[in-house]
Design a protein around this ligand. Structure first.
Ligand code: AMP
Length: 219
């Protein structure tokens, strides 16, 4: 059966770290809209140029743009057994677009859809954001306070120089929380009503949250 996961939660709630691990564990691709958009910006595509001004302000990029990118990605062969979607949908409109594209892509296939919600105390998240670093090569995420790399400034896995996201500043972080509360938080109720929401306590260490995640993915 094709397994389809979406992950919901505020910025820096730990979704990226856990979805990376889950992707290796379930051997399903981790599809992360933020990274796909940042790649478009790096490659200076038309989509990237359009997305940049929204990302720099912590706002959502237009729904048509992000839907096109996601539909293209989910139609690829490596998603045929399922996917772990991180950062999409981020609004009710995007959720409806996702249902539509799944209906098209999954015609005649048996699927199971789950929305995993990271329930977390948001007070500490701005500190997490400003201390976040990531590897531009493998995508591994570090935190200077809670998960520093073994060698300062370099990825443990491949030695690449770690980078900081341009939108991981205090000012943009605040705007991203506002956008989350207004646009994305209503999806918790939306997917609860559909009977597909699984909530996990996302406070605690990476290992503790991973154990809780493992318990709910096969429920
Ligand atoms: P993230 O890496 O998930 O924190 O996303 C970084 C930024 O990319 C967000 O603040 C938005 O500007 C943009 N973005 C990512 N995913 C979406 C989406 N599904 N819809 C609209 N904008 C998005």
């Amino acid at each position: 059966m094709k397994r389809e996961f979406i992950f919901l939660g505020p910025p820096a709630c730990g979704k990226g770290t856990q979805t990376n691990t889950l992707s290796e564990y379930l051997k399903l691709p981790h599809v992360d809209t933020g990274s796909l958009l940042r790649a478009e910006i790096k490659n200076e595509t038309e989509a990237g140029k359009e997305a940049k001004s929204y990302i720099d302000k912590g706002q959502l990029v237009p729904v048509e743009l992000v839907t096109r990118i996601i539909k293209n990605r989910l139609s690829q062969d490596d998603c045929k057994n399922g996917y772990i979607l991180d950062g999409f949908p981020r609004s009710t409109e995007q959720a409806e677009q996702l249902t539509k594209m799944n209906e098209e892509i999954d015609k005649g296939i048996e699927t199971r859809f789950s929305a995993i919600y990271f329930d977390i105390d948001t007070n500490l998240l701005v500190e997490r954001i400003v201390n976040r670093r990531s590897c531009p090569v493998c995508g591994e995420i570090y935190n200077l306070l809670s998960k520093p790399p073994k060698v300062e400034g370099h990825c443990d896995k491949d030695g690449a120089e770690l980078t900081q996201r341009k939108d991981d500043t205090r000012e943009v972080a605040q705007s991203r929380f506002d956008t989350y509360n207004k646009e994305t938080a209503p999806l918790v109720e939306y997917y609860t009503k559909k009977g597909v929401l699984k909530s996990i306590d996302a406070n605690g260490t990476i290992e503790e949250v991973w154990e809780r995640l493992l318990k709910v993915i096969n429920d």
